[in-house]
Design a binder for this molecule. Structure first.
Ligand SMILES: [Zn+2]
Length: 510
């Protein structure tokens, strides 16, 4: 009954309690924090004692938006817009075996744990539709690594080429024929597959739980979006979708719906506290109000937004309208790491680069809260994760205060957001169990993992040659057609009156 023994963490400095973080003891029962108190806190005589002197303690960071399938594709692109990334998808994530799906997810889990992140919202993908075995392999990767995850299959009915009006016609006839093989499964088959996966879910939902992710609204019919929501509500799980991420997407949304994607999702009755918008770079103030009024979340991914040229999200505008904001890294195929310390730093910087009015900048405290409590709420774990407090899960990061990042130690939260880069992570606890100790993931042989990953990489390089060649043929068409869309007149007024520079309806009629 070893796991029933209590654990007491003694002598660590607790981030959030004053600039230099007060020393506090933490008593853990099973997987849950029982008590936080001043040094000398009473504990059962047989409690396991963890000496946390010279450690800064903070709640595990929570990655509100990433893609487990992207980890085997890190560094494969450079000057890619979101649309080029989507066109490259069949190449950089194609040809995956079940073992590849597991491995890609597992490598990401290891990276996140080593960088102080203990839970994530993973939007994963299988072509042409999700499968029970595929979702099980991804779930197993997190369970094996000892990390929490919300695992949502990204689903759609239309391929990228079918979803962008006019794009298919812009391709030469031979290529139009060739992209037909990228067609997705019919919506009903995809919905049935998700249902089967959720019905046969074997993981403890407190650790690894399912969700539903209609990938991008205009890649789905309204009927499909509604059915995804019904499914999510039936199984009491979250919904996550990429909304108003790129300007080209916004223009497509306006053409298709005559209103913003968020306004359309609102009209469909999809918005609620279980709904997370991925990105929301191009939300206007009315969209933010709609999300805030419904208690919805935005997963803010500043690194990806810059890397793919999508722009800078207005997080202050979201917070003012009571939107819950979490922070994510996005996939390693577009950011190209899963470092939540870097994402926090970028979230702070992005807010500060948008204008001289310092009241609109995010404070480091707001950024840190978003990457912990905000992300936890987006994952549907708002009452269990993101804080070091009684009743919360014992997901705790221990930073080495002798690391150069903390020489000197002036201000815990400022330095967590602006100085720390993950290199001071000494140990990481998830649910009361140490999963990283002395900068190593417990029980993981990195050399053996490297051999497995290289074998997969090398095989996939060969298996995806046709998809790579197809990408090379469509690349210039996508890269002239989609930026062309993005040059159309549409402007979100960031710091002014909160309306569009151009009237939607008038634009759509043109
Ligand atoms: Zn994404």
């Amino acid at each position: 009954m070893a796991e029933k023994r209590a654990t007491i963490i003694r002598g660590g400095r607790l981030a959030g309690s004053g600039p230099r973080a007060e020393v506090a003891d933490i008593l853990i029962n099973g997987d849950t924090i029982a008590e936080v108190g001043p040094p000398g806190l009473a504990a059962p005589a047989d409690a396991i004692v963890i000496d946390a002197r010279e450690r800064l303690i903070h709640p595990g960071l929570i990655n509100a938006h990433m893609h487990g399938h992207g980890n085997l594709a890190k560094g494969m692109g450079d000057r890619w817009t979101l649309e080029l990334l989507l066109a490259a998808g069949p190449w950089i994530t194609g040809g995956r075996t079940l073992e590849d799906k597991y491995l890609s997810t597992y490598v990401g889990a290891i990276e996140m744990l080593l960088k102080g992140c203990t839970a994530c919202y993973d939007l994963t993908v299988e072509f042409p539709l999700p499968s029970v075995e595929g979702m099980d392999a991804c779930g197993r990767a997190y369970a094996d690594a000892g990390m929490r995850a919300v695992l949502a299959p990204m689903v759609a009915e239309l391929s990228f080429y079918e979803a962008i009006p006019g794009l298919l016609d812009a391709l030469p006839p031979a290529l139009q024929k060739e992209v037909e093989r990228l067609r997705l499964a019919p919506g009903d088959a995809t919905l049935a597959a998700m249902r089967a996966s959720m019905q046969s879910w074997t993981f403890d939902r407190a650790s690894v739980r399912p969700a539903v992710a209609p990938t991008i609204p205009h890649h789905c019919s309204d009927d499909f979006m509604r059915k995804c929501t019904e499914l999510a509500r039936e199984f009491d799980v979250g919904m996550h979708s990429h909304v108003q991420e790129s300007k080209a997407q916004v223009i497509v949304g306006l053409k298709r719906y005559g209103k913003t994607q968020t306004a359309h999702l609102h009209d469909l009755g999809l918005l609620g506290p279980d709904f997370t918008v991925g990105h929301g770079v191009w939300l206007d103030y009315d969209d933010m109000q709609r999300l805030g009024d419904h208690g919805a979340s935005v997963a803010h991914n500043p690194g990806s937004n810059m890397r793919l040229g999508n722009g800078l999200a207005d997080v202050r505008g979201m917070l003012e309208r009571k939107v819950n904001v979490g922070i994510g890294t996005d996939g390693a195929n577009c950011s190209d790491n899963l470092n939540m310390y870097e994402s926090m730093r970028l979230a702070s910087m992005v807010s500060k680069t948008q204008g001289p009015d310092t009241d609109r900048w995010l404070t480091t405290g707001e950024v840190f809260a978003a990457a912990t409590e905000g992300s936890a709420r987006a994952l549907g774990f708002g009452d269990k994760l993101g804080r070091i407090a009684p009743g919360y899960k014992a997901d705790i990061v221990f930073l080495d205060l002798h690391n150069v990042n903390w020489l000197p130690f002036n201000n815990a939260v400022n330095q967590l957001v602006h100085t720390e880069d993950g290199s001071a992570v000494h140990s990481v606890m998830v649910g009361g169990r140490m999963v990283v100790e002395g900068r190593r993931v417990t029980g993981v042989d990195m050399a053996a993992l490297a051999r497995r990953v290289e074998a997969a990489r090398s095989r996939l390089e060969g298996a995806t040659i046709p998809n790579k060649q197809l990408f090379e043929k469509v690349e210039h068409v996508v890269n002239s057609f989609c930026p062309g869309l993005a040059k159309m007149p549409f402007h979100v007024d960031r710091f002014g009156g909160g309306h569009h520079g151009h009237d939607h309806a008038a634009w759509v009629k043109r």
